[in-house]
Structure formats: C-alpha cells, structure tokens
Design a protein around this ligand. Sequence first.
Ligand code: ADP
Ligand code: MG
Length: 865
Amino acid sequence: MTRRAAGAGTDTPLMQQYREIKSRHTDAVLFFRMGDFYEMFFDDARLAARELGLTLTARNNGGAADVPLAGVPVKAAADYVRRLVARGHRVAICEQVEDPRLAKGVVRREVIETVTPGAVLADDLLEGTGNNFLVAAMPGDPVGLAALDISTGDFVIETAPAADLPAALARYAPREIVVPSDAAARLALPPGAVVTAREDGEFDAALGTAELTRRFGLAHLGGLDITEAERPALAAASALLHYVRDLQPGGLPQLARPVVRRAGATMLLDEMTRRNLELVESLRPGDRETTLLEVIDRTVTPMGTRLLRQWLLAPLRDLAAIGARHDAVQVLTDDARGRDRLRDALDGVRDLERLAGRAANRRASPRDLGALRDSLQRLPDVSSALGGLSGRDRSAALEDVAQGFDLLADLAERLGGALVPRPPAVLGEGETIRPGVDGALDKQRDLRDGGKEFIAGLQARERERTGIGSLKVGYNRVFGYYLEVSKANRRSIPPDYERRQTLTGAERYVTPELKEYEARVLGAEEQALVRERELFEALCDAVRERLARVQRVARDLAALDVFASFAEAAARERYVRPTMTDEPVLDLRGSRHPVVERRLPRGTFIPNDVRLDEGQRVILLTGPNMAGKSTVLRQIGLAVVLAQCGAFVPADAATLGLVDRVFTRVGASDNLGLGHSTFMVEMSETSAILSAATGRSLVLLDEIGRGTATYDGVAIAWAVTEHLHDRVGCATVFATHYHELTQLTEELAHARNFNVAVQESGNTIAFLYRLEPGGADRSYGIHVGQLAGLPGPVVRRATEILAMLEAGHHVAGRLPPPAPDARQLTLFEPAHAVLQELQALDTDRLTPLEALTRLAALKRRAEES
Ligand code: ADP
Ligand code: MG
C-alpha cells in the first residue's frame, strides 16, 4: 500500500476541491479519500489527532502556510469513524467517484454519506439488541415526533401531548434528536442524545405530506392511516426526511411505510418508572441479570431482540390486542416441541433488516449477501415449524403469519445460485460469484488462470534455457512478476533479461514475454473484478427490488421470535397467562418478582398474593427495612407491564384490569442508583404523578417523603396518599417504613394496611417476606441495626430513647444517663469483646490451670485496648 502525496499547497486544484467540499460540510469531520487513505486537513486534522490519537503532520508546499494533516487507512477507517461518532461527532465520507486512471485533472470526489450518532448503516457501529433511532421533534402542544432507524428502515410517527414528550422520546432511546433551531434550547431533551438543529422551515406538515405520498406512491395520506390530527408529526417527518437526505445523498431505499403510533394505543412509561422497574436498563449498571429484559429475553434473532425491547417499552392498552398476543404465546407454551422446532429454525436467521438495508444501499459486503442468503434458506424450516404447531388455529396472529408467509424463494434462489458458499469480506479478495453463472466472468477468469499457468511453467522453461537451477518466478505488488536470479548466477543470464530490482543476494528481471503475460493476467484479473462487481451490484439491486417483502418477512419473524421467547420464559420460569379484564381489579396469586427470583437460589423466593379492587384501591405497605416492601411493590408493576406487553406473568394465577399508565417513584434517599436524586426531584416527580394519573392508572410509591425529616415525610406521604385516594381514585401501593402511616386507613374508605411480616424473637427479627393484612406496629429500625452489627449498648440505648420518643417526651434531660458500663463499652470496642468472652466462659468446667491461662490472656487483651 502506498500512501499518495497529499497534493500541493493551498492553491492547488486538489486543495481547491477540498475547500469547496468542506464548505458544504462545516459541521462534520471530512474524511477526504486519497488513494488508500482518508485524509483530514486543518481543524479536522487537529480534532482527529486529539480524539483518535493520530499523528498530526504538516505539509509545506512552495512557501504556502503549513497544512495540518492527519490520515487513516481506508481499511481501518470504520473503527475511526465509530470512535468519532461515539464521541458525538459527525463524519462526512468523501469518496473518489471516478477511476483515478481515467480522470482528467483532479479526480472527482463527492461526499457519499455523513455518519452521525443517529444515522449509521455500518454493522460495527450498531448495537444488535436495540434500534438506533434518529428522532425529529416538532415542538408545540401536541408535539410531533418522527423516528427513523436507517439501519432497519423502521419509521414511526407519533403525536403526543407536550407533557408526555420526555416519556415519548425515552421510548425511542434516540441517539440523535433533530429540532428546529429556535427551539433547541426550549425543549426538555433527554441527556445523552446529540441535538441537531435544523432550519425551522423544514418542519412543515405540507412538505411532509407531499414527501410521504410521493415516496409511497399514494394519492393521499389516508392510505397510510395518517389523519389531520397527525399534522405535528408530519412536520417532524418532513424535517427528518430532509435531514436524512442530506446525510444519505444516495437515497433511502430501506425506508418502510410509517407506523402511526397513536396516543392511547400504548402505555407511556416515563423515565423514572422505566428505570425504577429496571425494564431495560439496570439502576446499578454492570450488574448482570438485573433488568426485566435480560431475565425474559429468550429471542434468537436480532429482529426479535429489538422488537422485544420495543414491546416492553410500549405495553398495549387494548384488550383485544393484548389477548391476541396472549393467544399466540399460549399456543407456543402448550406445544413445547413445536416451540423448540420454531426456535431452532429461527436461530440461524441473521439480521435480515440490516443486511437487506445495506444491500439496497449497495453497502453490503459479499459476506453480508452470503449471510442474507443463508438466512433466507432457513425460511422454509420456519414455515414448516409454524405449520406444524399444534393448536395454531387458536391464535389469529400465528395464523396470519402462517397464511401470508413469504418464503422469498425467488431471492433465495437468486442469491443461492450466484454466490459462492462462503463469500469474502471484501469484493475482489477471493471469488464472490460462482463459476458458471456468467460467461464473461468465466472467460476473464480463464484468461487470468491461463496466464498464471503460463507464468508458472516459465520457471521450468527458463531454468532449462539459462541452465540456472535456482531461478525462480515471483510476484510482488509494486514490481509485478519477475524472474529472480542469485548474484552468483548473474553472468549466465540471457540478453533479453531486463533488470528490475536489486536485492542483497539476488537480482530480479523481466522479459518481454513475461511482461506480455503479466499484462494479460492483470488485465484479465481487472476485467474479472469489474464484471464481478457488476454482477454483485445486480444482486444488491435484486435485494433492493424486494426490500419491502424482506422487511415484512423480518417483521413476521421478529414477532414469532418474541412470542416464542415469551412462551419459553413462561415454560421455564413458570409464568401464567393472566386473565385480562376491563374491571378495575388486580389480583395476583403466588406472585413473584421475576428478577429477584432469578437472583436467589431456585425455589427460595417467597411468593405473595396481592389484591387491589374497588373496595381496596390503596394499599399501605409497611414493614422494616429489608423486609421486602420494594420487591412486592415492583413485582406488581412488572406483572402489569408484562401482561400488557403480551407476555405471561410470574404468578400462579393472575386477573388484571387494564391499566392506562404505571407510575413508579422512589423516595430520594432510597434512590441510590441514580445518585443525583434529591428531595426536590422526588417532590417534583410526585407532583407530576398527581397531575398525570387517572382513575385507571397504577401508582407505585416507594418510601416517598423519606428524603426529609420524619414529621415532614409522614405529613407529605399522608397528604399524597389522601389525594390519590380521594381525587384520583387510582390503584395505589405505598410502601413505607413509617409505621405511623398505618392510621391513615382509618380515614380512607378504600385503603388497607398490609405489612411484610417479620418474626420477632427476643431482641432479634427474622425476615419472612410474607405479605399480611394489617399494618406493622413498629419500624424495627433498631432490630435491623442490630442485625447489621450495631454494638449491643448502642442498641440498648436506642431502645430507651425510642421509648421516650414514643411516649411523646422531650428526650434531652429527661432520659436517665446511660449506664456507666455501657458508656465504656461503646468507647472501647475490644473491651466489649473481652466481656463477651468472659460471659461465654463455662467456669464449672475449667481446670484451675486453664482458668489462669485464660485470665492472663484476657488481661493482656484488655491492656492492649
Ligand atoms: P425493603 O424495601 O422492605 O427494604 P427489599 O424489597 O429491598 O426490602 O428487599 C430486600 C431483600 O430481601 C431483597 O434484595 C431480596 O434479596 C430479599 N427479598 C425480598 N423479597 C423477597 C421474597 N419474597 N422472597 C425472598 N427474598 C426476598
Ligand atoms: Mg425498599
């Protein structure tokens, strides 16, 4: 590989070309293709040197100022792009778009793609388990959202109340958000996403309508199920598509028809709820198996994994839609063998959406097309596994997929017939197209091979002609084919040998004949590559023509994969199908926490029954720290989310009334994982729930009010619960270690006390993890402190103080002073240990000698302290 010169000074045609292109990509790092390198100049070079650790060089050309320069080899570029994009930069890839050998003057160059965090096609920049959404937001009330994953073609538009913007955005976990430039500062945008400001004029519903009807060949948007109410989303879609056109000037063949997400069709889970329930991300990052997703994910395809995540973050709110998913899971749960067959068939299917998307953009590698072919060849197995499922007719969803199953046989055949069994990662590095597919290609390959054969035979012939037994024919990239003769034999060479290269011990020559054959070989090789590229691109185009079908199949497979995953989890972890109802009821028998259960040894998690209904809308859940309150609280939320996603739930039996939203809040000091949470945040989140919850919501409050003094905390908790009970009327579970709150149920008709039982024996307690009616009468904080190792005297003293406080006394001055021994013992910890040892001595059984030795040892230890 030779590194081509970066050209002349700032005035050369090359630099003029560079400046012209750069002026249209000022916000991106410009990767400027020069031969085998991408070069960066000026500030881009400095930035790359800083961010990527590249060596910054400078070129000085004819007196002009130095041009800072940094470059990366084309072959390694993907990794550099990935690192820059991961740090939030954009990278514009500028390629040579004509053959340098045919170019008159400077080679034509164009930016063929701009890679940004939200707009990524290359596989090594993508995470397999989730979508990579780029989202445009049109501010206002309602707000419009348009989300696109350019790697899969997933395209969603949504109109949502302004108050729900953070929750709606969070569902996409966008890597990049496009907003009008005047609104960038005003919108509450999630941290972690790159914000891209675009011209306000690009956010135009009429333009969006025109673009969508044109793209999908429709007379009007009714065909896409888009109505007037979606105007803000159309404005967002218009800006999004405009932006993506700038990033991908080659077009976006993979864009799928937009899915319209209607407010009310799915449940919005705000960020706190999502996090506190640890649906897809853990509160303690790095911990294994701490999220619901990790515990229930049994998918075997990347499409299935992505869909499962989407479903978990958007539980349904329609009984029929939920029932349809449950029916499919039921069939797959009942037929274990059929499920195994289906999952085995799905297992070899690779990322159809992304592979086909890259092919359609002619960005696929031969290996990608090979993977696509292999995946398509699994489809008949999937189809027959589906056909063989017993009881399939009990699920309309499975029937639909089975009836409309597209085997894509034409494409599978086309790829199967054309590609070699294991195509190379890079076109030209090994053969991609099978022999016998194309006459012209075969002819060039024959020419090439014939030439190579001739050259191979040359060694024997030339040895004979020259009498030099050690003469060798060789090849290198710079000098081509040569005849190598050791220096000792130099004198015997014939006159038609022309010297090419001198090595330490040998000389390398060419002959006119060798040159002729070399030209023939290289020419044929090049022609073969040109032809192979044409054929390969034709295969890519064949994928492009069928892209909508491939995407449909991918979606069907994803759904099958998720259904089978739900069924697999249900069978392995003993989940049941919940009975769904419109009634306001939540009845869980033998309910477990799916994640905590998995962390404990099998069978040791204690199941619990929970019931909420009209008569018992509010549960006040008391019990000491570590009793299991938070666990019960979350398992109620998780059961509802799982059920409304279409999954079965970890319980022996479940009847669940449809819920419009689930809210979960955790009091400030309990919110360890988040670190930044303060009492203020806790309160503002609580007030957000009070205004957003409806009579059909499920509100789970964990130690709210804990972030302040006891009386304040109890007072706030009291008032919040009262409000939820009297005004909102939603199902509420309030977990608290403030046993004072249990009095509240005397006032609230629909509130009940429950506690997580502990067993008290003497001074200590044991956790039973059993939910019982009635309130805890004490907080057991001191017992828990003792279990945690507080010294005995501190525990005794705390007990005295508590008694005073509970009797309503002012403590200071009224309390008898601590016993002298207690004071000393708390000060001198080791002496305490000595005393314990004394207590443990069985004096009746000691021999006098033992007694003396022990006494001496104890004295020594007491002195040391
Ligand atoms: P609290 O909120 O009352 O302080 P947690 O819900 O955080 O208590 O539970 C503390 C620990 O107790 C959990 O981490 C878990 O290990 C254990 N635990 C909770 N519930 C159960 C249960 N039902 N069965 C077995 N262990 C449980
Ligand atoms: Mg707790």
